[in-house]
Design a protein around this ligand. Sequence first.
Ligand code: DAK
Length: 258
Amino acid sequence: MAYETIIVDIEDDIALIQLNRPDALNAINSKVVEELAAALAAADVNDKVRAVVLTGSEKAFAAGADIREMSEKSFVEMFTEDFFGPLNEAFLKFRKPVIAAVSGYALGGGCELALMCDFIIAADNAKFGQPEINLGVVAGIGGTQRLTRLVGKSKSMDMHLTGRFMDATEAERSGLVSRVVPAIKLMPEAMAAAKKIAEKSQVAVMVVKEAVNRSYETTLREGLLFERRVFHALFATEDQKEGMQAFLEKREPQFRDR
Ligand code: DAK
């Protein structure tokens, strides 16, 4: 499918989705939302896709929601159009792993888009921020919730209230990103991580994603029970037998997603 605002390239089990609005620093408008949701839905049903890497440009992962598009909107328009709602839903529904490869600005909705991914690999030039306060609004697609869970109340309040940017070093120290690499190595690193995931049993990969995400939704006791039960359930798969047998035979496992 041809898209206007994103580029999708599927190769070697990985879907690489690149935001492509360079003139607006990849600001997220309705078309981006529509196309990202469509690309994820397509990747979900495509057996050739085992992991997704989402990226932007060197200068900007995404500089936020498109201020030009939303500046004149009324409450009724925002509400009835459910502005940005479909993007959140598309990520919540998507069961394969998504890695955000962030270079440059990830601000406002751009930071929140990265936070919707399963983990973030950042280039050393990455800058994260929730500067909506400077526009007289507040984060609207997860910033006050997801960022707070990752970096804690104090730092989240600081980011949302002052609108300051966080560099890659601080982002890694705070638990916002999983690793920081030199900008030139960002895409090889993200693609290699996706490739590594693609080699695993897809059933186990999807279970990991569900179990980790469950930790945000439930009590520790319920989460531990959920984890134990899915661990038990994986013993019904051929991949569990193959994985453990391969270890005992000192060879690489051949997973078949069964
Ligand atoms: N929207 C539209 N255009 C943007 C943009 C944005 N967010 N960010 C940058 N651009 C455009 C600029 O207008 C400029 O366009 P031209 O003037 O050349 O036509 C071009 O990109 C280059 O930007 P600059 O000239 O400003 O580049 P600089 O290097 O000088 O500065 C910057 C880079 C990233 C520091 C600066 O552009 C900047 O501060 N951008 C705005 C960052 C920002 O405030 N982001 C938060 C946006 S508010 C919701 C869910 C989510 C949201 C809202 C509602 N619901 C569920 C209801 C999210 C809100 C936001 O994200």
